[in-house]
Each structure stands twice: as C-alpha cells, then as structure tokens.
Write a protein that binds this ligand. Structure first.
Ligand SMILES: Cc1ncc(COP(=O)(O)O)c(C=O)c1O
Length: 357
C-alpha cells in the first residue's frame, strides 16, 4: 500500500532523499563510517555544512549581509532567541497575533521580561482570517513578530503587511521554501527543519548582521553573533539533521527551486480547497485569500465523523489527518515533499467517504 503522510511535523520527506540516506547510512562516501559517527570537526562534515549554507543562500537569494545559522531548540527556542538577541534597544517587541504560534512567541518574550504588545489579533474569530496590521509607531519596538504560515489554523501571509522602520521577524517554520518571500523584507527569519527542510533537530536562522550589535550576553546556545562567528560549530551541532537537510535542499534545487515548489504547492492546495468548497460534508472555514498552501484545515462539523475519517483514511494509507489537538477537526499538511498523487488520493477517499454516508 502506498502511504502518504499528512502530518504537520515531523512530516513527509522527499522519497529520493530517504532512499539516499538509507543507502549512505552505514558508510558515508565510502569512509566505512556512518554520518551518525562523523565528527562535526571532520572535513567530510565541513563539506556538508558549507554545501547546506550555500544551497540555502541560493534557493532563498540570501544576501551576504545576512548570517545563515544552524541552531538547535526548534521554533520554540527562537521564540526566546529572537527577543534576547534583537530586543536590545527599545526592550519591547510587537506581535501580530495570527494564531497559536504567534501568541506563543509573545508569551515567551514576556516570560523573559520583554514586553510583547499584540497590535492586532483575530483570536475572537478563531483565527479564521489574518489580523490587519494597524500603523506601527516608529521607534517604539525592536521588531514586529509575524508567523507567516499558521500551521494550526491554516492561514498564511501571502503578502507582507506594510511596515517601515521596524524590522520584521518571520516565523517560517511551516512554509520556508514552500512559497517565495524576499529575505530583504526581514530582519530575521527562522524555521525548525521538521516540516519542509528535513528531520527535527536543526533550526535554520537567517539574520541581518547589523542587528547583532550591542547585544548583552545571552545564553551561548541562543547567541546569533557567537554562532555566526563560529560558523554554527560553537558546540556539537545535530550532524545527522544537517546532513539530511543538505540532501533536502539539493532535492529542492533539482526540482527547480522555490518557484517550482510554490507552483506545485498552489496546484495541490487549490485542488483540495476546490473539493472542500463544493463538498456537502467537509468544509474549510478559512477566509479564501488567507488560506495556507501547506496546511489545509477542514472538518465535518461532527467530532465523531472527523474521527471516523481519520481512522478510515489510515486504513487506506492516508496518515495523520487529525487536526491539531487544540482545535480538533482535520488537517492535511501538504509540504514540498507531498506529491500531487497524495492529494488526489486524499480527495478520492474523502469523496468516497461522503458518498457512502
Ligand atoms: C509556525 C510554527 N512555529 C513554531 C513552531 C514550534 O516549533 P518547534 O516544535 O520546533 O519548537 C511550530 C511547530 O509546529 C510551528 O508550526
């Protein structure tokens, strides 16, 4: 049975990458040693981490005055690292509350004693559309935090809200390399790898170097300047995760880059949304213009029926369709590695399900 994994993260990896990892796992490049045994100071790993950085720079057109860092601690670690490294002047940040992950970022900053002001929120309407950013007062906040793709609620900023004079911090955990953004619009971008970039364990950070001046000491493992100086080798990095990330970046490159990923992702998502919009049973309640390309949330309106969908789908190899535990319902995550055939199989199943009710 062909299996399609619709999990939100850790998520489906490109099949050729998994096959290559399997083939190379016992002996990297004929060395007789597994990548799991290779030192982070070994020349072989030096090649891998340099390739990964070069590939990411090319794929996202990252200018030289941005550092590319491979850190640990996931997106959640960055909820602390961003304010610790960047909220150094005004000592306060602004947040556009578009969902659970943006609100978690605000809470983490506040926990560290850095006030996080929510400038707009759509919480009252279950985050089914994106909040509209009011005018951001100049010289007030060190940055504005934005979650570009709201993994739980299924919305995404396809266009950035207009902000001038306040750096943007973008959480791209669930749509990095899935749709195009201009890195120049951001002071900082971060993403945990486990959705679109590879296995869990490595976190990608892209940060404008001029923002890293005058930073008071922060914990070394969260220190952007230190990681930049040490080329992400301050301590032992997640060697295997960076190796796998490099292979995923190579795969994206071979497929045609971010533009091609975005083209495919639009086709996949539009097909599923079109099905849901005409279905008598299933519904997606997100405002159309704000719909995510990578996380499609939907439901039947009945918890019992939703559960039946998840269980029956699994018997057909359509795995992990359960919505996030905080919102329930159903969710299909369609990251770069999900082929159109997976979406077609899902639509066929859902159609079959509703006609046999
Ligand atoms: C948009 C977004 N930000 C942050 C996180 C937290 O990531 P992590 O589990 O790597 O800390 C997630 C996890 O799903 C996410 O979807």
């Amino acid at each position: 049975m062909v299996v399609y994994n619709f999990a939100a993260g850790p998520a489906m990896m490109p099949a050729p990458v998994v096959t290559q990892i399997q083939a190379e796992l016992p002996s990297l490049g004929g060395s007789g040693m597994s990548i799991m045994e290779v030192s982070h100071r070994a020349a072989a790993f030096g090649v891998i981490i340099t390739q990964a950085e070069t590939r990411l720079r090319q794929l996202m057109a990252i200018p030289d005055h941005y550092a590319v860092l491979f850190m640990q601690g996931g997106g959640t670690g960055q909820f602390a690292a961003a304010p610790l490294n960047l909220a150094t002047h005004h000592r306060r940040i602004a947040v556009l509350d578009s969902g659970q992950w943006a609100s978690r970022a605000a809470a983490e900053a506040a926990r560290l004693g850095i006030p996080a002001e929510v400038l707009a929120t759509t919480k009252a309407t279950h985050y089914r559309h994106l909040p509209k950013l009011p005018a951001v007062p100049a010289d007030t906040y060190d940055y504005l935090h934005l979650c570009l793709n709201n993994t739980v609620e299924g919305t995404a900023f396809h266009h950035l809200p207009p902000v001038t004079g306040t750096p943007l911090v973008g959480d791209m955990s669930s749509n990095i390399l899935a749709e195009h953004y201009d890195v120049n619009d951001f002071g900082l971008i971060f993403a945990g790898a486990q959705k679109n970039l590879g296995p869990a364990g490595v976190t990608v950070v892209i940060v404008r170097r001029d923002l890293l001046q005058d930073v008071a000491p922060v914990p070394s493992m969260l220190d952007y300047h230190l990681f930049d100086q040490k080329k992400s080798l301050y301590n032992t990095p997640p060697v295997f995760a960076i190796y796998a990330l490099n292979l995923v970046l190579q795969w994206v490159e071979e497929q045609g880059g971010v533009a091609e990923m975005q083209r495919r992702n639009r086709i996949k998502a539009n097909k599923l949304y079109a099905f849901l919009d005409q279905s008598p049973v299933f519904a997606n309640l997100v405002t159309k213009a704000d719909r995510s390309l990578t996380n499609v949330v939907f439901n039947t309106g009945s918890e019992a029926l939703d559960q039946a969908v998840v269980a029956q789908a699994a018997t057909k190899g359509l795995m992990n369709l359960k919505g996030h535990r905080s919102v329930g319902g159903l969710r299909a995550s369609l990251y770069n590695a999900m082929p159109l055939a997976g979406v077609d199989a899902l639509i066929d199943f859902l159609h079959d399900f509703e006609t046999h009710l």
